[in-house]
Design a protein around this ligand. Structure first.
Ligand SMILES: [Zn+2]
Length: 329
């Protein structure tokens, strides 16, 4: 069963989240293997996407944001795009678009950052977005401070957290064909957001970056967690082994109906809006060529079919062509 565990270290400015995805992850892989013409993901892509899903779930659990958290990698190598999306109820989905061959041992750079153009984006899309309001998006390159290529997704995201939230964060991520899992350890921001106090607190918070001893000790313990341990051990064993000398306060785990689960937000209505976005002449030209418009969802494998009558209804309902949009989902 897929599960999220949150915890605190008693009296210390440090919190943690541990995520273990089993059924939610294997469903993503199973749907890809059975629905896509491309077939199952090559091993390195499977592992990258699993780490992305685990990381996106960790971040969603950590920030309590009322909207979708979308983690994307725009690659310049054989992985053109990889997406993991997690809703506030921990409904999650993921997909990757591949072009060209992938070596069995391909690294992160070889997958998405061959020509130094790869990028990682984290988008927060509020549930009740006002018309015209843009979602918040942060973009980070796949490089470290010395312009060295990063070959771990966890390092890319640690950089992002430091830049966007001024908070030290340690991430350990791992995935195989059965489990996608992750551990997040983060230094808590200092309390107080009053006007005058705010700037002083924020300065003190920045002063704490990289120097808080309690955080450094716990982060080092977390970093000692091996990939195999994260994938195979249960959550209680992991936390006991890593932090047996610390006083850990656990919260009620989120699992079952409240926990992470596969869920796709696509639907016929959304695809209709996409066809609207194409415009009537384009829609008719596809109909003339193929007799119907067929749109498939990359996330869940659903196929949507629109015959000439369906298409006529779409344009009759709306009259004029609205601004173009290429987003299916
Ligand atoms: Zn779908």
């Amino acid at each position: 069963m897929s599960e999220i565990h949150k915890f605190l270290f008693e009296g210390l400015p440090v919190r943690g989240v541990l995520v273990r995805l089993t059924d939610a992850w294997t469903e993503i892989l199973g749907r890809r293997a059975s629905a896509s013409k491309a077939g199952a993901y090559p091993l390195p892509v499977q592992n990258l996407l699993g780490e992305m899903v685990a990381a996106a779930t960790l971040m969603q659990a950590n920030i309590k944001f009322n909207g979708a958290l979308i983690l994307q990698i725009f690659g310049d190598g054989p992985v053109k795009l990889a997406v993991a999306e997690v809703q506030p109820d921990f409904g999650l989905r993921a997909t990757a678009t591949l072009i060209g061959d992938i070596a069995p041992q391909a690294s992160l750079s070889e997958l998405v950052n061959v020509g130094n153009e790869g990028k990682c984006a984290i988008t927060l899309d509020p549930k009740s977005r006002l018309p015209g309001q843009q979602p918040y998006q942060g973009v980070v390159p796949l490089f470290g401070d010395q312009r060295e290529k990063l070959d771990k997704l966890s390092e890319v995201l640690e950089h992002y957290m430091l830049q966007s939230e001024q908070l030290d964060t340690t991430l350990v991520l791992a995935a195989d064909d059965k489990v996608a899992a992750g551990l997040l350890i983060q230094r808590l921001p200092l309390e107080g957001t009053g006007n005058l106090e705010g700037s002083r607190v924020s300065q003190r918070n920045e002063d704490e970056i990289g120097v808080n001893e309690d955080y450094k000790r716990i982060a080092m313990l977390a970093s000692s967690l091996k990939r195999e341990e994260l994938l195979t051990l249960d959550v209680d064993t992991i936390l006991r082994r890593l932090f047996w000398e610390e006083s850990v306060i656990r919260f009620e785990p989120l699992s079952g109906a409240d926990g992470p689960h596969f869920s796709c937000t696509c639907g016929r209505e959304r695809v209709s809006r996409m066809i609207q976005g194409l415009g009537e002449p384009e829609a008719h030209s596809i109909l003339a060529e193929r007799g119907e418009i067929e749109v498939g969802c990359d996330f869940c494998g659903a196929q949507y079919h629109f015959d000439p009558i369906d298409v006529a209804q779409i344009f009759r309902k709306t009259g004029d062509v609205p601004p173009a949009s290429s987003a299916v989902q």
